[in-house]
Design a protein around this ligand. Sequence first.
Ligand code: SF4
Ligand code: SF4
Length: 206
Amino acid sequence: MKYPKLRELREAVVSLLTPAYTSKFPAEPHVPYENFRGRPVVDNDNCVGCETCANVCPPHAITISDDREKATRTITRDYGKCIFCGLCQEHCITGKGVALSDKLFDLAVFDRKNNVEYQEKELLVCRHCGAIITTREHLSYLHRKLGPKAFSSILNLNILNRELRLAEGHDLETEVIDGLKRKDMFNIICPNCLRQVLVKYLSKSV
Ligand code: SF4
Ligand code: SF4
């Protein structure tokens, strides 16, 4: 018959007499330690839907799906897959779109769908070729970052004109149906199509 060693016996007695290291959650509220990395929390007002966080998320907990017809981008965040690495927060282009909470840690749910969050953003789609440009909020954010330099881009200028309502009352919202024309410079078209207009029509006028 084998007898327990003295060291093991002593460890068992000490363990029996010492209080538990773990908290009594959920019977008692748990207070996480300082700098605890909990569930990411999105600030929709400061999230521009740029897609950067989805591109850096290691377990693909953040996914993007674009609907050209409805011109909407849906951002899906599945916190059941999140590993709390903090890369989404670190790489967020606005610096305020998403941040890991230091309090939200309880992700136990009966239905995994309850750990999924959705955001919807308006998408800019090229009126000529249908290419997805980006979200309207993303482009507006770029205006703010670029300041007066934003005026050097016609695409930026077109969005800005609409936001400032300078385009109102002018027949700029035309359908691009029979190929690109000079007037399409004032339409929302992708940089490629815009380049075609510039090369084709502006080069003729110099
Ligand atoms: S914390 Fe990491 S795993 Fe979780 S959503 Fe952000 S990037 Fe993805
Ligand atoms: S990186 Fe920031 S701004 Fe861009 S989609 Fe993610 S949370 Fe929103």
